[in-house]
Design a protein around this ligand. Structure first.
Ligand SMILES: *Cc1c(COP(=O)(O)O)cnc(C)c1O
Length: 387
């Protein structure tokens, strides 16, 4: 195991992993086991059954914990599997405060699954701390935070929201999928649990679906492990191996994602066909100063509102050739999508517009290609669809 004093890039490559003591194999193997031999009943190596624990998964869980600067990591078969496990910590009658622009799958889990188990929710603007404090009730057990948010890249103040949660004896959980631990470590800002969709930047290659939770609390980790094993949304050792490979290059990939996104955001800002650009790295971004303080970089996600109709924008995103028209984010390849027609189409138009999620908005996951090719691709798509 690597030393916790090592710097991020070193931990990304080494934490949780040692060469095999018997044969020197450098990489953690894919332990494709459902079960483990015992010397006598109950006399085992620490592994009994792979839903409960698997050595490939353990190395990944230790790696993820080291990256978030936490003690305990747990991996799941999807981001939603991880988020559901946080919700398993609640009881009927509990109340949750969360953002009004929380990830769609999280919104669906809250309103269509937990609602029927009598968990109550308030969706508020989490950049408005008075609104969050006002929403807190005696039975509020959880404040669920995302930052930056999707797709308008609002930045939430983790320290402030964790304080509000703790004043009410509630937990503060931060979904750190968009920022990754390379750019933002919520536990350092008072969060109790960090949640991830590993499907995105941590896996980084659009070739798997997985999730994770990291905490510093032994008590929370024990409860999380109980639900991880009881509910059983655990990942395969093959996928754990892929994420372990992904996290090794997280810092190098994120540097390029940030550099390309920053360049593209500045190029789009002021472009003839562009109404507004949402990117925390722009001076014009509402929480630019907070982002500069809380994050070590502004990330690889940006949204752009075009001066065009829904149909014209659909045409733009259909005409890109380097950008792939697709949902999801965080892979090395650039993706483009139209929230009003795709990821956020399920939200009624009026509600969408009220939240600033207009028809001509496009969301871009900036990949690690050469940024000149990305600019040229957008330019040709604008010209083909809008002129
Ligand atoms: C994708 C995503 C999730 C859900 O993760 P899955 O791996 O798709 O289950 C949760 N939160 C955010 C912010 C996401 O982008």
């Amino acid at each position: 195991m690597s030393d916790e004093n090592e710097l991020f890039e070193t931990r990304a490559v080494h934490a949780g992993q040692e060469p095999d003591p018997e044969n020197g194999a450098l990489m953690t193997p894919i332990y494709a086991n459902s079960t483990y031999a015992q010397a006598a009943p109950g006399e085992h190596t620490g592994y009994e059954y792979s839903r409960t624990g698997n050595p490939t998964r353990t190395d990944l869980e230790d790696n993820l914990a080291a990256l978030e600067g936490g003690e305990y990591g747990r991996a799941f078969s999807s981001g939603m599997g991880a988020i559901n496990t946080v919700m398993n910590l609640l009881e009927a009658g509990d109340h949750v405060v969360t953002g009004d622009d929380v990830y769609g799958g999280t919104h669906r889990l809250f309103t269509q699954v937990y609602d029927k188990y009598d968990v109550e929710f308030d969706f508020v603007d989490t950049t408005d701390h008075d609104a969050v404090a006002d929403a807190m009730q005696e039975n509020t057990e959880l404040v669920w935070v995302e930052t930056p948010t999707n797709p308008l890249m609002r930045v939430n103040d983790i320290d402030a929201l964790a304080d509000i949660a703790h004043d009410n004896d509630a937990l503060c959980v931060v979904d750190n999928t968009f920022a990754t631990p390379y750019l933002q470590r919520p536990l350092e800002h008072g969060a109790d649990i960090v949640a991830h969709s590993l499907t995105k930047y941590l896996g980084g290659h659009s070739d798997l679906v997985m999730g994770a939770l990291v905490t510093d609390s032994e008590d929370l980790d024990e409860r999380i492990a109980f639900y991880q094993n009881s509910v059983g949304a655990t990942p395969s050792p093959f996928d754990c191996f892929l994420v372990l490979r992904g996290t090794k290059t997280l810092p190098v990939r994120m540097d390029r994602h940030c550099e390309n996104a920053n360049e593209l955001a500045h190029w789009l800002d002021g472009h003839d066909h562009v109404e507004s650009v949402y990117y925390p790295g722009l001076d014009s971004h509402r929480q630019h100063d907070l982002a500069a303080e809380q994050m070590d970089g502004f990330g690889g996600m940006l949204s752009v509102e075009l001066d065009a109709t829904l149909a014209e924008v659909s045409d733009v995103v259909s005409k890109t050739q380097v950008f792939t028209l697709a949902e999801s984010l965080g892979g090395v390849e650039s993706l483009i999508e139209q929230p009003a027609a795709m990821t956020h189409a399920a939200i009624p138009k009026e509600e969408r517009e009220a939240a600033g999620l207009t028809d001509p908005l496009i969301r871009i996951s900036v990949g690690v290609e050469n940024v000149e090719d990305l600019k040229a691709d957008l330019q040709q798509a604008f010209e083909a669809a809008l002129e």
